[in-house]
Design a protein around this ligand. Structure first.
Ligand SMILES: Nc1ncnc2c1ncn2[C@@H]1O[C@H](COP(=O)(O)OP(=O)(O)OP(=O)(O)O)[C@@H](O)[C@H]1O
Length: 238
């Protein structure tokens, strides 16, 4: 290695999109308390797909809900895209969404009164996309998740797996910078699950999105840049 190269300034580390620092969360008190998170710390950078794996009850949902600002922590700090996230109110969560944070959390959060297409178009309405452009984007996304024939159906006319795909399409509609997803392929058959995983991986590659998701799926784990193992509320290595 030449002296010039040795002296060159190293590339600055990429700005972390998610910083989780010594997070603790318990449910209940006394001997019956459940310690769902016991000092979890990690960072996820721009353009990185981070998979959180662990047995049922290891704390994955608790961790993602706290990162998404839906639940509070007992101790520790979470910063998402530069915003300090402790339990946010609805305005705070809207603020996160405006900063490009999209969530696919358990229960899907679809608006019951709206069709699949209107649900997927919601983030684009918030960003004031013109109707024609919005409709094209919605049609593309519904096609990518295999729901082109269900655009006019409301959530109560869709199966669990179909609702999950609408939630994925909605989350990706407005090109988020960060996707937080709790088992995004949990209810999908193998082929649809693969299509959704490829879609998420593709957006990470093409648009530099950061994805933080929990999964039990070996294919999703293989597609991740990094795997965090949660065991009884602690990370055991990556
Ligand atoms: N609201 C709650 N009240 C009491 N205990 C809770 C609550 N939410 C989670 N827990 C407990 O905290 C622990 C972690 O739960 P969490 O849902 O985060 O696990 P998980 O890894 O996402 O599990 P799964 O893979 O089954 O979804 C579990 O022991 C669970 O029973």
């Amino acid at each position: 290695m030449s002296a010039a190269v040795e002296r060159s300034t190293p590339e600055p580390a990429p700005e972390p999109t998610v910083v989780v620092d010594d997070l603790h969360r318990s449910y209940g008190t006394g001997p019956a308390a459940v310690h769902a998170l016991r000092g979890v710390s990690f960072t996820a950078h721009r353009g990185e797909l981070v998979a959180i794996v662990g047995r049922s009850g290891s704390g994955k949902t608790t961790l993602l809900n706290i990162v998404a600002g839906l639940e509070s922590a007992d101790a520790g700090r979470v910063s998402v895209a530069g915003t300090d996230v402790t339990a946010l109110d609805e305005d705070g969560r809207d603020g996160l969404r405006r900063q490009g944070v999209a969530m696919i959390l358990q229960g899907f959060g679809l608006v019951e009164e709206l069709t699949a297409a209107e649900n997927v178009g919601l983030p684009l309405r918030l960003q004031r996309w013109r109707p024609a452009r919005r409709e094209r984007r919605v049609a593309t996304l519904l096609g990518l998740v295999g729901l082109e024939g269900h655009a006019a159906h409301r959530p109560d006319e869709l199966s669990g797996g179909q609702m999950q795909r609408v939630a994925v399409a909605r989350a990706l509609a407005a090109s988020p910078t960060l996707l937080i997803a709790d088992e995004p392929t949990g209810q999908l058959d193998t082929d649809t699950g693969l299509a959704v995983m490829a879609l998420i991986r593709g957006v990470v590659e093409a648009e530099g999105m950061t994805a933080l998701l929990s999964t039990h799926d070996p294919v999703m784990i293989a597609l991740a840049d990094r795997v965090l193992h949660l065991e009884d509320g602690r990370l055991t290595g990556d």
